[in-house]
Design a protein around this ligand. Structure first.
Ligand SMILES: C[S@@+](CC[C@H](N)C(=O)[O-])C[C@H]1O[C@@H](n2cnc3c(N)ncnc32)[C@H](O)[C@@H]1O
Length: 245
């Protein structure tokens, strides 16, 4: 389970405990959130374990977590309201200032239907900010349906009544290679844990995670392979910031 941490006025996912892809997408998500004006209410659509709740309460008086109950069973967080089969939620029209969708759109079989629902409940000028994966294995089975390209995201938002403020590529082919390496060897820590060799598993976990951390800090320092188009076209995923037209 992901846990947001807080230190010196900042929320972050620790690179020591979370996949580098998730950390980097969150870093960009926060820059969008920072640009957002304060408001009355924010809807966390597909909230799962509600990891973003403490952050989202810093700018909005009312935080509402919504989730699809069959897939929410795999999570420890309970939603405040359910998402129905057609993507709808019981909220009045034009009642929400902002909707957050982090790592959710890939789990929705008919995403345009859902975006139209969100369009209706957003106030005029309201925003959606979120993230989607691109290079990632199947997860949350069997509720995993799509991997989006930037072109598909642009078109989907446009066709459902949103103006794209930003869609950013996060990570690149080098990052994906590094993180695939970590995933391939992650089984070693699992086996060591099963054999009740927890201290060894901890050391192995750290060593296996090291290339991901080095990659993360290289990008932070400006040594970013994603600046080369050849590498950029295979990202971890995308972040988006769109506004209701
Ligand atoms: C990878 S989790 C992300 C959870 C959370 N947003 C986060 O950032 O940690 C995917 C979420 O999508 C939700 N989900 C799955 N199918 C859905 C659907 N049809 N409509 C809305 N949410 C769905 C799951 O219940 C789960 O909470």
């Amino acid at each position: 389970m992901l846990k947001l941490q807080y230190q010196r006025g900042q929320y972050y996912y620790s690179i020591l405990k979370n996949p580098v892809a998730r950390v980097m997408k969150f870093d960009q998500f926060v820059t969008y959130y920072t640009e957002m004006p304060e408001g009355e209410s924010i809807l966390d659509y597909g909230a799962g374990d509600r990891p973003l709740e403490p952050l989202l309460r810093t700018k909005f008086k009312k935080y509402i977590a919504a989730d699809y109950l069959p897939s929410n069973e795999a999570h420890t967080g309970q939603p405040d309201i359910p998402i129905l089969d057609d993507g709808s939620v019981e909220l009045p029209m034009e009642s929400v200032d902002c909707v957050v969708m982090t790592e959710v759109l890939e789990h929705i079989y008919e995403p345009k239907k859902t975006l139209s629902v969100i369009h209706r409940i957003l106030k005029p000028g309201g925003a959606i900010i979120g993230t989607v994966p691109f290079a990632v294995g199947e997860h949350e089975k069997p509720y995993d349906f799509h991997r989006y390209t930037s072109f598909c995201l642009h078109r989907m938002f446009d066709e459902t009544g949103f103006r794209v403020v930003k869609i950013d590529y996060i990570g690149d082919g080098v990052g994906v290679a590094v993180s695939s390496f970590c995933n391939v060897f992650a089984i070693v820590t699992k086996v060591l844990n099963k054999l009740k060799l927890a201290p060894l598993a901890k050391v192995a976990g750290f060593v296996i995670g090291l290339p991901g951390m080095i990659y993360y800090f290289c990008v932070k320092m400006g040594l970013d392979p994603g600046r080369i188009q050849y590498y950029r076209k295979y990202p971890f995923g995308f972040t988006f910031y769109v506004i209701k037209r």
